[in-house]
Design a protein. Sequence first.
Length: 213
Amino acid sequence: MNTSAPATGPKPPESGQRWPEGWTKLHVYLTDLDQVKAVAESYREVIDRAVDDRPVPHEWLHATIASVECDAASIDNRTREKLIDRLREKAAAIPAFPLTIGPALAATGAIMLDTFPDTAFRQLVNASVEAINDTVEGGYGRPCGGPGHVSLSYRSAAVEADQQRGAIQNKLRDVRPGRTEITVSGVDLVRVIQSEDASTYTWEPVARIPLGE
């Protein structure tokens, strides 16, 4: 049952849009990606050729699991603690699982590492969205956009479409092995800050959310 409603305000933005002035947002992120950094670096030469793509620094690599689509400042401490408890309860029912990260794909707004398989990852996504909607009134829980992925670069919302995206994809395919396997044993609730042109995302940790054994 929902326990608290954030203050009313601007309509939540669509994925990839600039957030309302002053907003930060709570997200559930997979951040244990040390094994992925070498793979990310192997694609850097191709990313540097992509016009208007801004590489994601290794320290900010992440896979989005879910987000709370309202201003984080509108969620009071009591509701946030209930959210943490509910996320931990839901995640504890999901055993740690292997996840292959890569190869890279050139999407319209980013170059990203695909993830596979989807079954356990999607279970974690759904459980996180349920935990958000169980505790934050307003139906603000949103799953990650599309299949799981780790963005290696972002394009500013202000730039034109890249007509050379197909050529970039061909270059990405030449990078080998271009993937790695990790074990997902936990995720993090974080407060995310978006840059003014929506091309950079940084965060502050809020709570660790362990998966089950």
